[in-house]
Structure formats: C-alpha cells, structure tokens
Write a protein that binds this ligand. Sequence first.
Ligand code: E4P
Length: 219
Amino acid sequence: MKFFIDTANLDQIREAQALGVLDGVTTNPSLMAKEGITGKNNILKHYVDICHIVDGGDVSAEVIATDFEGMVREGEELAELHEQIVVKVPMIRDGVKALNYFSDKGIRTNCTLVFSPGQALLAAKAGASYVSPFIGRLDDISTDGLNLISEIREIYDNYGFGTEILAASIRHTMHVIECAKIGADVMTGPLSAIEGLLKHPLTDIGLEKFLSDYRKGNG
Ligand code: E4P
C-alpha cells in the first residue's frame, strides 16, 4: 500500500518524508489556501517545492477550471512543471473528457471528488491513473465510506482496470488499516494518521522494561 500525505504544508511533508514511508502527496485548493498559498505563480512554485521534498513520489495538483478546454490548458501546464506531477481532475462531465484526453497524451491523472462506484467505474474507463474516493466525507453524512472502497476494489478486479484506488479523506489510523485490509492501492491522509500507526502502549511499556533491565546490569 502506498502512503500519500494529504497536505500542502512543507514541514509536515518533510516530516513524513524523514520517516521514510512517504510515497507521494495530494493537495487541493482548500489545502493550498490553508497554507496561505495564493496567486498562480506562488501556487505553481509551491507544487515544485513539494516535488523536491518527496523523493520521486507522485504529487497531485488540482485544476481549477471546470470546462474541458480550461482543464486541458491548466493540466498541461501543471504536468510541464515536474515529472512527479499528477493532474487532479474533478469527477464532472468535462472532467471525464479531460481524463480521457490526458490519458491519450500520457499525462497522469487523479480523478477527485468520487463518492460512488459508478463514478469510479467512469474514471477507470476514462483512463484515470488514480481514483480518489473520499471516505471521511461519506462517513460524515452517515454513509459507509469503507464500503465504497470495497465496491470499487471488486469492480476494478472484475475487469483488471489499471486505475489505482487512492483512498482519500482519511481521518484516522483505523481508516488506514481498514483500507489496507480491503486492498486500496494508496491511502492519503494527515500526518497524524500515519504517525498514529506506530503507537502502542505495550511497545512503550516493553521498551521501558528492556532499558531499565539493561541499566540494572550495566549501570
Ligand atoms: C484528496 O485528495 C483530498 O485532498 C482529501 O483527501 C480531502 O479530504 P478531506 O475530506 O479531509 O478534506
């Protein structure tokens, strides 16, 4: 399972990268705004800065346009920025057309804002490299987000689609573990969800005992 971090915060990306388990980064316009990154040039520069931190990993950069021509224009510019850039395209009618276009051009894509198996099927048919089902946002409205991951896994396996399932809107460690059990190819979440995986009280208690026993014999 690949681990992506879902942030535009460079310090958090550096921290995840230093842990040695980071495979990529996803961003979106809200995450960029949260970091105060505004203006086209600053936004493009920020994507390149992220690419330089993540060693060879994929970095999703989202288009703002909602019409086909606009998405193509923006997506081609984003893809030109760096070889690690994956163009993030929303699951709307013109987005599906743009996915198809980018696929033909060999530009990698991440189809975002996916909330149903039908949308995921369309994204795969259109040649998306990644599909991003938002499980946390489904949970927020009392719908089982993890069930969507299972449904997409089944559909993609039935037909051998190459589109990777990128479980997005991950909120906590149990989302990560359940997605791994289902077989999501990738998860993207906050640093806390990644770091939460390493915590267990028995590990801390066990280590303390090992160290105090060592100190008794070697003090
Ligand atoms: C995915 O690429 C999105 O950026 C993200 O996972 C959305 O998560 P949220 O629901 O926590 O905003």
